[in-house]
Design a protein around this ligand. Structure first.
Ligand code: CA
Length: 214
């Protein structure tokens, strides 16, 4: 009997600890005054979905590749394909020239062949080396190769648009969002105006999207 009581007390204590920890994680999320505008940004899913998820990402960032592999597939299946949420991606250029080259290429693909944008985006993250990700891997040749495999774009035109920085203005617009929403690390994920402390917390993502359905 004593053992049973002790066990019950332990279970209760554990439950309290879980609730406290969960709330702490929630408390670290930041409720923003507004949600980032997705105008002019690539958008996956139903434009009129009740919830907007915005990822601020950098092609050179290993954590963004990991988010794309660990969180994105489930998010897509549960909420984007079902019309409950849509996803937008904003370029962040925290890793210098390689980030810039990749973002210029992505904006060019988005403008010229928008239906291929997400295939290109995913294929480019796939190219990011698993190990030595600081090593230079984003080159114009690599971007052209990935676009050649995933889009219907004229790759000579893509090369010209990267070299000529045709979409520099779009990168500046993205950077305006980065500054406005005080993005300090990538990936940063904002759902309905809530900046997640932990973008890998899928249960938190789920609950925010579900709350946004009514
Ligand atoms: Ca953009």
């Amino acid at each position: 009997m004593k053992k049973l009581v002790l066990f019950t007390v332990l279970v209760a204590a554990l439950l309290v600890a879980i609730v406290v920890l969960t709330n702490q994680a929630k408390d670290k999320d930041i409720a923003l005054d507004s949600h980032p505008s997705t105008e002019g940004q690539p958008l996956l899913g139903d434009e009129d979905a009740p919830v907007s998820v915005v990822e601020f990402g950098d092609f050179k960032c290993p954590a963004c590749k990991a988010w794309g592999e660990r969180i994105y597939p489930q998010l897509k299946e549960d909420f984007i394909d079902t019309g409950k949420a849509n996803l937008s991606y904003v370029n962040v250029l925290f890793h210098g020239q390689e980030s810039t080259l990749a973002a210029l290429a992505a904006e060019s693909v988005f403008k010229n062949d928008p239906d291929s944008y997400w295939a290109f985006q995913k294929a480019l993250f796939d190219e990011q080396p698993e190990q030595d990700h600081d090593a230079a891997w984003i080159t114009v040749d690599k971007l052209v190769e990935v676009a050649g495999n995933t889009t219907g774009m004229d790759v000579d035109q893509l090369r010209k648009e990267i070299d000529g920085e045709t979409f520099r203005k779009q990168l500046e617009e993205d950077n305006t969002l980065v500054e406005e929403f005080k993005i300090e690390s990538t990936p940063t994920v904002i759902i309905s105006g809530v900046k997640l402390d932990d973008p890998y917390d899928y249960e938190r993502i789920r609950s925010l999207i579900e709350e946004g359905q009514d």
